[in-house]
Write a new protein. Sequence first.
Length: 64
Amino acid sequence: MEVGLIFKIAAVGILVSVLSQVLKHSGREEQAFLTSLAGLLLVLYWIVPYIADLFETMKRMFAL
């Protein structure tokens, strides 16, 4: 796993939390929820290939 990916995830988390708080205080809870959901989906899009690689490695490691 790259260190740059961890920094990207942290940046998305900070940005999403700030946007969510601003939207909630302005009375737009639905947009705040959608912003959080979009951030989650973006991070999952980045992480899924690493998880798939982990499962492939585990399968090869325990194959008889």
